[in-house]
Design a protein around this ligand. Sequence first.
Ligand SMILES: [Zn+2]
Length: 296
Amino acid sequence: MSKQISVECEGGVSGETRIIRVVSNSLTTEELSAEATDVMNQMIASLVVLPDLPELAKNPVELGTILVCCRAIDFILTQYGFLPRNLGSELYHILTSSDFDQCVGSSSAATRTGHVYLRRSADGAPLISSFVPCVCHETVHLSAAIVVEMERLTDDSIQPTGIRDGLALFGSDEKKYFRGLNEAVTDHIADLVGTLVLGAVDLLEHPGQTAKDLFGQVSAYQPQEVVVTRLCQHLFPDSGGAEGWQLLLGDYWNGSSDFLDFVARRWPLAYQAMRIMDETWVSAEYVLRLLDFQDK
Ligand SMILES: [Zn+2]
């Protein structure tokens, strides 16, 4: 598996503390220097939260879905000018429903620091409207930039702290910000992935139909995506919002903050709204009313 990791030293040395900023799409170390490899190993040890799971062998449908999603995200990345991630099926773990409940939570799928955890669909469950959208969505999370800060405490002790995953920012107050924005962008890209995947197996019925048309309201983050679409249209009217989405995809994949920097300069209230919008529809509704696009 090829790797893409960039490690940049940021801020130099501050007393005995050296902060290294690591931007990585997956927790791999092949291209790193020896020192950076040590740092990455510390990060892996510290951040992988589910190390020993009783995972199930992937059945052919699960494996096929995962592989085609990995191919699709690489195709989309290269279309937008990014390098492919070359994700592999070993990063995806299928769990029984009860193990998933116990180890991961009540959702149907989750991505944690470079690994995707998926719930085995019950016999007879409609894979096309449940498992496939989940894999599309989590594959996008897996492709996102992770930003980790490394603090050297002593010569042989390094403290890694995850500060950003995609667009979601881990605050020093242990809260997570820009969560709704992160899910909106993830879902936006997941629709592109799903459309490619469904097109590849000839399931789309007419030109222009997308995964969302077929999956329907499966996505829980439709309200967040509506908010972000309206914001992009408002801030980038000449391109109908496309320029805003382009900035968001760049920030999502390379760890930059061009979109949010722009929003903070042009409309501070919208920046604050993006900061607090979470994954719930109540939160998205609140932000939609707060920003009151119809009057603008
Ligand atoms: Zn998500």
